[in-house]
Design a protein around this ligand. Structure first.
Ligand SMILES: Nc1nc2c(ncn2[C@@H]2O[C@H](COP(=O)(O)OP(=O)(O)OP(=O)(O)O)[C@@H](O)[C@H]2O)c(=O)[nH]1
Length: 914
């Protein structure tokens, strides 16, 4: 496997100067590079390079569809086969092999990188698809947000002795931080956009929980955690207090921002370029160091602070091979293809540009790097690297802040510190903050030539590094370099520009000891400085390429795992919710069906029953009224009317009173019939209510029924309409008379005659003629003598008798007349009909009400059944959807987890201590 820097046992490349006065160099154990095949043929390097050139990073030879199986990266490709130490080679040959090996290592690393990048990129696409589908589903079936129980866990207090620097991590929109105590393999729920690694102390550091977010929610959710910061309610209460739809819409917003963040992550991992930020204290030699890296004097160097804007040095190939400076306008997003975003200058103008910071804040410097791809940082054959020369940290606060702000797009931070000044306070603050983000900082201790007691200097600097970034200190052989940048020979600027330290690539450094070129000892010293610098360069190349993979891919991996965890949790919860909803509505439907059936049956039956009951009641009332009234009318004369006979003189008044009494009696009968009907109506209403309660239960709405308002109309109004004239003959009850006479048959002819005559008399005066006719028969004189007194007596007797019978006969006579009259106006039927109709009318109200209630009940049950069926279908769909989502996210998660960025990366170098 690749060598671990800390345990590097490889032989130092080009290690001919074992007599170096650099104690670090003596101790330096260079890592052995990865070799493929024999590790010595340029053919294999060329083959690998060709493979790499053809590899788009999204398929082809290396990136198969890792969703259908294991990732296609073949680890045997990267197997280390160190060159046996017993294979000595001639020096020239050695250089060739070394160069070849670097190319191969780079190519292998790039293949590894592309493979992971392709897997992550595809996973991002899959997750975005899943999120979009979740978003759509959430709109139709509002997802349930899991509720949690509050756990009163004490929040660990931050124990950070460091100064309060602004933590410049880049997080996804809306993401919140929380302690790293999540279950499973996930490391952080935090959504770092730039650099997932953080120093151990940063990892232990806890960020206070946002208000109303319980530790459980924090653990369960990271990306899709709803940030509910409303009022004084607890998160749990808040989630419950919000409507389901409100939660769903909050979730929708979270999903949208997550999709947005995934897009930017994809953009970032597909961006092939990598940025190296060179920063440090004022005048630490940053520009000089950059120039040394480029082997050209591009950036202005000065004894006094001069760099006031960010200078990003890029390979001129990215600008069509043209060397020029693009000074970017303030507050404008640079676009090389849009000249309105920048002004073009020549390299010679840089001096002017970097010192005047009024118009521009940054410039892009396109330069040709003519060095070989195994030596050049810019032109390394693997990745587009740009070097950013930043203004000195302590120039002013604004600039310092700007440096922090730029860290998101920075893959590697190179910190230049003056060997003479060590770390200033500002430098320490910067490294503390940066170490939290980047874990490893590449430290260049510059101006080492100025130091006499080099050993002491190294010791002191390394002690400081240990305090500032323990992980960097652990890898200090690779990450901390003591150099003299001004000793590196640099090519001059194009004609007219400031001269370089040498006249060509081969010339010696200008500022170092022995720069006159005549002193062999000095030459030796320069060589050492150059060697130290070259060692630095190789370390930096490895570091940049290594860090690039981690800094670019790890945030995507971490974010993917976090969001997948969230979606899976959400999907699992909702799958359960959908299942229980399905169970519930299925049971509800099973209960509902028989209810509906019974309700429909009840509706039909009860309706018939009510009709029959009403009709039976009405008929009963009609019959009762009719018989009662008929009886009352027919027996009116037989009742004790309570009218005293006032004598013959007031006989007419007597007749009137009897009439009135009879009619009153009939009226009273009507009233009693109405009373009876009322009682029956009350019974009927009560029976209907019982039916309603029986079939509708609480749903039955009772109507208030006031029986006293029934039959309010004047009851005897019809009776009063009866107009009966009293006639003289009403006082004579002939039928009674006749009956009496028959009984008295033996009393004599005279009486019979008298009766007969009297009867005739009743009809008119014709009886006189009859008497005279009889006289003729009997004889004239005798008969006259006999008959006349008899007639008189008889008449008197008859008259007396008739008059004495008035109190008995008159009521009968009047009763008959009244009966006849009432019959004529159909009094009995009219009243019976009136009373029974009134009852029918009254009973219809509760009956109709009950019918409506039953109909409504049937309709309600029907509607409920339809709704329940709908919910059942929706729940079933949701259950299947979330079940699929659980499986799908699980598959993607396995794929993402298989992207191993923690282990040693093949090719370039061994992995840093993860
Ligand atoms: N002796 C010595 N001098 C150096 C070394 N590196 C840089 N210098 C000198 O230090 C001075 C400042 O160098 P610069 O590269 O301008 O420093 P800087 O950090 O870019 O400065 P600002 O960007 O203005 O903060 C120059 O005069 C350089 O010649 C070195 O390794 N040894």
């Amino acid at each position: 496997m690749s060598q671990d820097y800390a345990k590097g046992k490889g032989k130092a490349s080009g290690g001919e100067d074992s007599s170096s006065n650099n104690p670090r160099r003596q101790a330096s154990n260079r890592p052995q590079y990865v070799t493929v095949g024999s590790g010595s043929t340029s053919e294999s390097a060329a083959r690998l390079q060709a493979l790499l050139d053809n590899d788009s990073g999204y398929g082809g030879s290396v990136a198969g569809d890792s969703f259908n199986g294991a990732p296609t990266w073949n680890p045997t490709l990267t197997e280390d086969r160190p060159t046996p130490s017993h294979s000595p080679m001639p020096r020239g040959m050695n250089d060739m092999v070394e160069s070849d090996r670097r190319v191969q290592a780079n190519a292998i690393h790039q293949l590894w990188y592309n493979s992971h990048r392709a897997t992550l990129s595809r996973s991002i696409a899959k997750v975005m698809e899943s999120l979009k589908s979740l978003q759509e589903f959430n709109a139709t079936w509002p997802a349930t947000y899991p509720s949690v129980q509050r756990a009163e866990t004490a929040q660990p207090q931050r124990q950070d002795p460091r100064p309060g620097l602004v933590h410049t991590q880049s997080t996804a929109p809306g993401a919140t931080s929380f302690p790293e105590n999540r279950p499973g393999q996930l490391r952080r729920s935090q959504t770092y956009g730039a650099e997932p690694e953080s120093s151990k102390s940063a990892e232990q550091r806890t960020t206070p929980e946002p208000r109303l977010v319980t530790p459980q929610i924090a653990q369960e959710f990271s990306i899709l955690k709803l940030d509910l910061k409303l009022g004084a309610l607890h998160q749990t209460e808040l989630v419950h207090s919000l409507e389901k739809n409100s939660i769903a819409s909050l979730l929708d917003g979270k999903i949208s921002s997550s999709i947005k963040h995934l897009l930017s992550l994809r953009e970032r991992i597909e961006d092939t370029s990598s940025k190296v930020l060179i920063t440090g204290d004022l005048n630490a030699g940053k520009s000089t160091f950059c120039n040394a890296l480029l082997r050209r004097k591009i950036l202005p160097e000065d004894q006094q602070p001069c760099t006031s804007i960010f200078c990003e040095v890029l390979d001129a190939k990215e600008n069509g091979g043209i060397e020029e400076v693009h000074a970017v306008h303030k507050d404008v997003h640079y676009d090389r293809h849009d000249e309105s975003t920048y002004d073009v200058y020549t390299l010679l103008d840089l001096e002017k540009l970097v010192t005047s910071n009024e118009v521009y804040t940054q410039c892009k410097v396109y330069v040709k790097d003519v060095r070989a791809i195994d030596q050049s940082l810019l032109n390394n054959g693997v990745v587009d690297i740009s070097i950013i020369d930043a203004p000195g940290l302590n120039l002013d606060t604004t600039k310092t802040t700007a440096v922090f702000a730029r860290q998101e797009e920075i893959d590697v931070v190179v910190f230049v510190v003056s060997a003479a000044n060590h770390f200033t306070m500002t430098a320490k603050e910067f490294i503390w903050a940066a170490a939290a983000e980047k874990a490893y900082i590449f430290i260049v201790v510059n101006g080492y030539d100025n130091i006499r007691d080099k050993e002491r200097c190294q010791k002191m600097i390394l002690e400081q590094v240990q305090g500032l970034s323990p992980r960097t200190f652990k890898e200090s052989t690779e990450l901390v370099h003591f150099v003299s940048s001004n000793a590196i020979p640099t090519a001059p600027m194009p004609p007219g520009g400031p001269g370089g330290n040498g006249s060509g690539s081969s010339s010696g450094g200008g500022g170092g000891d022995g720069d006159d070129g005549s002193d062999p000892k000095g030459k030796g010293k320069d060589k050492e400085k150059i060697q130290d610098f070259e060692n630095l360069e190789q370390s930096l190349r490895r570091f940049v390429l290594e860090k690039r993979a981690r800094s670019k891919l790890a945030p995507a991996r971490t974010y993917l795992l976090n969001v997948l965890n969230d979606v899976q949790t959400l999907a699992t919860v909702n799958q359960e919710v959908a299942q229980s909803e399905l169970d519930r509505v299925t049971k509800e439907l099973n209960d509902l069906e028989p209810l509906l059936e019974a309700s429909q049956k009840a509706k039909a039956e009860v309706s018939d029953d009510i009709d029959k009951t009403i009709e039976a009641t009405c008929k009963d009332i009609y019959d009762h009224t009719r018989s009662t009234l008929l009886q009352s009318i027919s027996q009116a004369a037989d009742e004790d009317l309570g009218v005293p006979y006032p004598g013959l003189l007031n006989v007419f008044q007597y007749a009137d009173e009897i009439k009135e009494a009879m009619l009153s009696q009939i009226s009273a009968s009507v009233t009693s019939c109405e009373e009876h009907a009322r009682t029956k109506t009350i019974e009927g209403v009560s029976a209907i209510k019982q039916l309603g309660l029986l079939h509708l239960g609480d749903e039955y709405t009772d109507l208030s029924f006031r029986s006293d308002v029934m039959f309010r109309r004047k009851r005897d109004v019809l009776a009063r309409q009866v107009e009966i004239e009293t006639e003289i003959w009403d006082f004579f009850d002939w039928s009674t008379l006749i009956q009496r006479q028959e009984k008295m048959a033996g009393t004599g002819m005279a009486l019979t005659v008298a009766t007969a005559v009297g009867g005739q008399m009743v009809g008119g005066w014709g009886w006189v003629d009859g008497a005279l006719g009889a006289a003729k028969v009997v004889g004239n004189n005798n008969l006259r003598k006999l008959i006349l007194p008899g007639v008189v007596v008889t008449a008197i007797a008859a008259t007396y008798y008739i008059l004495s019978q008035i109190p008995t006969s008159l009521p009968h006579r009047l009763s008959t007349k009244i009966s006849t009259q009432l019959q004529a106006i159909d009094y009995v039927h009219a009243n019976s009909d009136r009373i029974s109709s009134s009852v029918r009318r009254v009973l219809r109200f509760p009956a109709d009400n009950l019918r409506v209630g039953l109909q409504r009940s049937v309709e309600q049950l029907g509607t409920k059944r339809e709704e329940t069926k709908k919910i059942r279908t929706e729940s079933d769909v949701a259950r299947k959807y979330f079940s699929n989502l659980v499986n799908e996210t699980g598959r993607i998660r396995n794929t993402v987890e298989a992207v191993d960025l923690e282990g040693p990366a093949p090719g370039v170098a061994g992995g840093y201590d993860p």
